[in-house]
Write a protein that binds this ligand. Structure first.
Ligand SMILES: [Zn+2]
Ligand SMILES: [Zn+2]
Length: 498
């Protein structure tokens, strides 16, 4: 079979003439869909790949880099989406917006995401109708569902990216897996699935940023410019930063941000020269020549560059030794390289979701904060400002955390109700908390519309307790309870509109 070919729009038009650029794309996509199936696209790429032995090695290495970038992109998107869902009321606002307004932001999302890099721009070929304006704008749910499909189950750097499902691509992948694909075919499919997911993540990210009213990202970790955005307080970028810091440490995150910027500038100039040691990956600023690994160059014309002898030595045992001078296999690059140095992850506060429980973006966001701040019992927003709950009594705290764990890992309605009632009851006489806002937040986090009624039932249970303990503290001995509620009005009640 011959390689398929077609004209695609010019990347440089994306930002200059977005509307024209986009309608050219939509024409291309319509024409393509009639002519090319996933199998034709994969085979075509596999043929090109197999026909260029010199590019082969570079393509495999690039694939692995794209995999790690996608992991980072998804961790940051998950954190940002959490802020938007939980704090900026994104879901309701997006659903209420008119298709015209949504379309305006989607076009900005498309054109800015496609301007990040050539391979992302061209990956629109692999997205077909999924990324056409008319498809994305008419029903608000389309973008939200795409977003949910690429969000990670927790705010942390994953070991592997989460690829966006798609019926035709998934069917083709199943067919390929049943056969005995060679490395070219495996590479071609994996690279297409990675790039299309990456493009879609960037389109969604840029669309939502535009909609929420913040600057567009040019690099993965960008500075938030307060001057340009005097409006709402913006947690997303800050949170993205704290995620990266959690993963890499403060110094590591700074270096990473610098590297991203340098790498981006390098890409803009069409050349990349980086130290190959993952713990360094310094870009060559031209002040000194990087030396290359001689064996790799002599055997494979593979350019492995190091900024220093120290980096070359550090890279040898954990990484380079296994591939030095030998052709790369698809297997060797089919996962992102392990991070160097391995992240010193604090033990997560909340376990992973159990069974089929699917967490809402707002809940993922809440858990992200709790994992970053082990002292916190709950992050309550709404009202005048976000306020953190930290229960000082050790027994009450232990009971709360036990209940919280069950609610957050299984979505157990009873546990959610007990926990929610306790949060409401404890904050009742504190003016900085706003009862209705707390209930709204919890409803959203647990996708639990009947929560007010469930809280009401818990209040009735408390009223029936001879000591008036809230259900969460029912296991507490009367003596401890007396100590716990010293100075509190135990007769206060959570009253909600039902
Ligand atoms: Zn180095
Ligand atoms: Zn080598």
């Amino acid at each position: 079979m011959a390689a398929v070919s077609f004209m695609i729009p010019q990347m440089q038009d994306a930002l200059k003439q977005p509307e024209r650029w986009n309608s050219e794309w939509e024409n291309t996509i319509r024409n393509m869909e009639r002519r090319f199936t996933p199998s034709a696209l994969v085979n075509s790429l596999a043929l090109t790949f197999a026909a260029q032995p010199l590019r082969r090695d570079a393509s495999l290495r690039e694939h692995q880099t794209i995999l790690s970038n996608l992991c980072r992109t998804q961790a940051i998107l998950t954190a940002t989406a959490g802020t938007y869902f939980a704090g900026a009321n994104l879901e309701e606002r997006w659903m209420k917006a008119s298709p015209d307004l949504r379309g305006k932001h989607i076009l900005i999302g498309l054109s800015s995401a496609c301007s990040i890099a050539r391979n992302l721009h061209d990956a629109r070929v692999y997205c077909g109708r999924e990324l056409t304006l008319s498809h994305l704008r008419s029903d608000g749910r389309t973008v939200l569902e795409l977003l949910k499909a690429v969000l990670l189950p927790e705010v942390a750097m994953p070991e592997e990216p989460k690829l966006l499902p798609h019926p035709a691509w998934d069917a083709f992948a199943a067919v390929q897996a049943r056969g005995s694909p060679n490395d070219s075919e495996k590479y071609a499919l994996a690279s297409i699935l990675t790039l299309r997911t990456k493009l879609i993540c960037h389109v969604i990210h840029a669309t939502l940023n535009s909609f929420v009213g913040v600057e567009l990202p040019t690099v993965a970790v960008a500075k938030y410019n307060k001057k340009n955005n005097p409006g709402e307080p913006f947690l997303g970028r800050e949170f993205g930063k704290s995620v990266v810091e959690g993963m890499l440490g403060v110094a590591g995150a700074k270096a990473q941000a610098k590297e991203n910027k340098a790498a981006w500038k390098e890409r803009q100039r069409g050349r990349t020269e980086h130290c190959s040691y993952g713990g360094c990956s310094k870009a060559n600023d031209g002040s000194a020549k990087f030396s290359r690994c001689k064996t790799c160059w002599d055997n494979m014309q593979r350019e492995i560059l190091y900024c220093s002898a120290e980096c070359q030595k550090a890279d040898w045992k954990p990484q380079h030794k296994s591939i030095c001078g030998k052709p790369l296999t698809f297997e060797a690059v089919s996962k992102p390289p392990p991070p160097i140095p391995p992240p010193s992850k604090p033990a997560p506060q909340i376990g992973p979701a159990v069974g089929n429980y699917e967490r809402s973006p707002s809940l993922v966001y809440q858990i992200g904060w709790l994992n970053l701040n082990p002292k916190l019992d709950y992050v309550v927003r709404g009202g005048a400002e976000g306020t953190n709950l930290d229960f000082p009594d050790p027994e009450a705290q232990a009971l709360f955390r036990q209940c919280r764990e069950k609610a957050m890992t299984t979505g157990d309605k009873q546990s959610i109700a007990i926990m929610a009632h306790f949060i409401c009851w404890m904050t009742l006489d504190k003016p900085r908390f706003h009862l209705a806002a707390i209930v709204e937040q919890l409803k959203k986090e647990y996708v639990f519309d009947e929560l007010p009624r469930a809280i009401h039932e818990m209040q009735q249970r408390q009223n029936k307790d001879p000591f008036r303990r809230p259900p969460l503290l029912a296991p507490m001995s009367p003596q401890n309870w007396v100590n716990f509620c010293k100075g509190m009005n135990v007769n206060r009640q959570v009253v909600l509109e039902l």
